[in-house]
Design a protein around this ligand. Structure first.
Ligand code: ADP
Ligand code: MG
Length: 697
């Protein structure tokens, strides 16, 4: 029934084996199904016509109706060209060709009326169009297909007559041939509820719209469908998992209560309390938890993590906390060590540089069940790291880890998968979170601990450097510390290092009176630790660093973050870096240094940083600037498979589609109702096409 869409494109009339091979290579189009999903990326309005005396050189591509006059070749050798006179009642213009002269000249019929489409240029006092598209006027069915589809194509395809127009020709052929085979994928009740065009019409109209209204309706329908099935997939995954995987019941709150009453150094914010409750509800539910905590930098995720650990340990299991870098893991370890000591709990740190003897001890303590909290880096994932009973695994800064690693953690407890808590400080817009992490439950810590002063952010140009240095000096004299961050500029680490070193030297010259530290990715981890420790203790006043300090590092006394070449950083990275200050009680500052000439995007980024501290707002702007493809994590999410929907523009459609999917699964979780057979069939087709989806989570 659907077999026709699996037909090799080579069999399509007008394609053939040679063009098919190019379509395979250039556009990954192998089958009829692939081709029909090769959507136009824009349309050209062919509904209006210009008179020759209305032309001006600033116009984009336009169409002119005229009568073909004299056609002749002019010039010699490389300057040889074909020139045709083309006239309407208001004037005369020239059509010119520099290539394919013989072929074109044979086709032009002087005296006939054509529609010429091209970009007008003024030469002397005459307008001309180079290589216009020409169509005899009679061939046109006026009022039909006035929006011409423009398809993505490539140079190689163009050379084989598969330019946009060529593609549109084979597309027309294909649609004529398969139109009747196009299966509806959405049940009538959903189409009615959301005012969606039926699938056959949508495919027809997306390629050959009769007008703008139906083009938009077709696009809406197809985007909705795409989001709908993506959401459905994620939601079903979640559903099947919560049903399939029992979790250990972790409900003992004794440790938690002791900690809360005697050792918690501050009051939790309401947001922290709320998220704690959500986690606790999961832990005691008997179902395996897969929860994401989104919380802006400084919102206090770590303490929430620790309290969760206490529930798990109190209930007789072991726990681990994994961080993406050694610095961060170490800092977590050092931060939690005093709490653990007070609670009488064993805690260890395991990273790539943990000594072998210690490592072996840790392995044993894990197996015996003696070790209750293991903190570390990727090193935790190695097979030799085996627990007696891992109850809760926490991953900090999720965006550095892939889904595969989450899965590896799961496997650490074969009897009962551990509960998994993922923490990220990359705030992403809700719509995107729903899609990216659609298989996770989401908690948001949307409140900063009280008493924090908002970080003041300013943008300064390189010429203001002396003033900036003066400001830094004053802050240090007040007892504060300063980060100075350099971007990774060149491809090679060597020249990055040089950039950083130059910066370091000039800072040393500018501040001879202060101890200054340096930190970068190429340093041995012992050296990194040493430098970091000096800064944490306040021994160094300025830390010159690359983005290794980006994630999670916590030095409350640091009150100034200077970012050099700020125009080179992405928004979310800038926001992360800024989050390294403003962690103590004093007023903090972020100074974005840049050159004077800025691209439009860079300017928007810097202005956004200056305007707001709100991570979600920043994430929104970021998404608009970059599109979702660049966001970390999207690679594995299936988002990059979107063919027509665009997350940065189509968020409202996504919300609707998600709602529809939620409602559907609520009403008919197994999709057994006859009305939903079309949905099942589509899921099956997609499974066939995307085997790697099953790897997700
Ligand atoms: P992040 O969410 O960025 O990981 P952290 O967990 O590192 O933030 O917390 C940042 C700082 O705020 C830490 O010094 C932490 O001790 C402190 N903190 C966390 N929660 C609170 C709170 N409710 N009140 C006061 N300080 C808090
Ligand atoms: Mg953190």
């Amino acid at each position: 029934m659907t077999g026709v869409f699996e037909t090799d494109v080579a069999f399509l009339k007008g394609v053939g084996p040679q063009k098919a091979e190019l379509l395979n290579k250039e556009l990954q189009i192998f089958t009829y199904g692939d081709l029909i999903s090769h959507f136009p990326f824009r349309y050209e309005d062919r509904s209006s016509f210009y008179k020759i005396n209305q032309l001006n050189p600033n116009l984009p591509h336009v169409q002119v109706i005229g009568r073909m006059g004299k056609v002749e070749t002019q010039g010699m050798g490389r300057k040889k060209r074909l020139v045709a006179q083309f006239a309407d009642e208001t004037g005369v213009m020239e059509l010119t060709w520099f290539k394919g002269i013989q072929w074109v000249s044979k086709k032009l019929l002087p005296g006939s009326v054509y529609v010429a489409f091209g970009k007008p240029a003024l030469f002397g006092r005459k307008y001309s169009m180079a290589h216009p598209e020409l169509e005899p006027l009679t061939q046109r069915d006026k009022g039909q297909n006035t929006l011409q589809p423009i398809y993505p194509t490539t140079e190689k395809l163009r050379a084989r007559f598969l330019d946009s127009k060529g593609i549109s020709k084979v597309m027309a052929q294909l649609i004529r041939q398969v139109h009747a085979h196009i299966q509806e994928t959405l049940p009538l009740h959903i189409r009615t509820q959301f005012g969606l065009m039926d699938k056959q019409a949508a495919i027809q109209q997306i390629h050959f719209p009769v007008n703008e209204v139906s083009m938009n309706k077709a696009a809406y329908r197809l985007k909705f469908e795409e989001f709908f099935f993506l959401q459905l997939r994620l939601l079903r995954l979640k559903l099947s998992r919560t049903e399939k995987f029992a979790g250990q019941v972790l409900n003992d709150t004794q440790l938690l209560t002791t900690f809360y009453n005697s050792h918690l150094p501050f009051d939790l914010t309401n947001a922290q309390k709320r998220v704690m409750k959500e986690i606790y509800a999961d832990l005691k539910s008997g179902k395996q938890m897969n929860r994401l905590i989104q919380g802006d930098v400084g919102s206090g995720k770590t303490i929430v993590a620790f309290i969760s650990l206490l529930v798990a340990i109190g209930s007789g299991t072991q726990t681990c906390l994994m961080a993406p870098t050694e610095i961060l893991a170490t800092q977590h370890y050092e931060g939690l060590l005093p709490y653990a000591k007070k609670m009488g709990l064993t805690i260890s740190l395991l990273t790539g540089s943990t000594k072998k003897s210690l490592r072996e001890k840790i392995h044993q303590a894990l197996i015996s069940g003696h070790l209750k909290i293991l903190i570390g880096t990727h090193a935790l994932l190695e097979d030799v790291v085996a627990f007696q009973n891992l109850g809760l695994a926490i991953i900090d800064e999720q965006h550095r880890f892939g889904v595969a690693q989450r899965a590896k953690l799961w496997a650490k407890n074969k009897q009962h998968y551990p509960h998994v808590l993922v923490m990220t400080a990359t705030p992403i817009p809700r719509t995107l979170a729903m899609t990216l992490y659609g298989d996770l439950d989401i908690s948001v810590i949307d409140e900063l601990p009280s008493g924090r002063k908002a970080i003041q952010t300013v943008h300064r140009y390189d010429k203001d450097r002396l003033k900036v240095f003066g400001f830094i000096r004053k802050e240090i004299e007040k007892g504060r510390q300063v980060y100075l961050v350099y971007p990774l500029i060149e491809e090679s680490e060597k020249s990055d290092l040089k950039n950083l070193m130059d910066g370091y030297e000039s800072i040393c010259r500018a501040f001879p009176e202060f101890p200054i530290g340096i930190l970068h990715g190429n340093m041995k981890s012992a050296d990194k630790e040493y430098e970091m420790a000096r800064f944490v203790k306040g021994e160094t006043k300025i830390l010159v660093a690359t983005t290794v300090i980006e994630v999670g590092v916590n030095v409350p006394n640091a009150s100034v973050m200077v970012i050099e070449n700020a125009e080179r950083f992405g928004l979310s990275q800038l926001h992360q870096l800024r989050g390294r200050v403003g962690r103590g009680a004093s007023q903090s500052y972020c100074i974005l240094m840049s050159k004077y000439e800025l691209s439009k995007d860079s300017r928007v980024r810097l202005e956004t940083m200056v305007r707001t501290n709100n991570g979600f707002e920043i994430a929104d702007v970021d998404l608009k600037l970059r599109g979702p493809g660049d966001l970390a994590g999207t690679q594995q999410s299936g988002l990059t498979d979107l063919t027509i929907a665009d997350l940065s523009k189509d968020a409202p459609i996504l919300s609707q589609a998600r709602q529809a999917a939620v409602d559907l699964l609520h009403a008919d979780p197994e999709l057994v109702h006859p009305h939903h057979a079309c949905i099942k069939a589509q899921i099956k087709r997609q499974k066939k096409g995307a085997l790697n989806w099953s790897r997700i989570s």
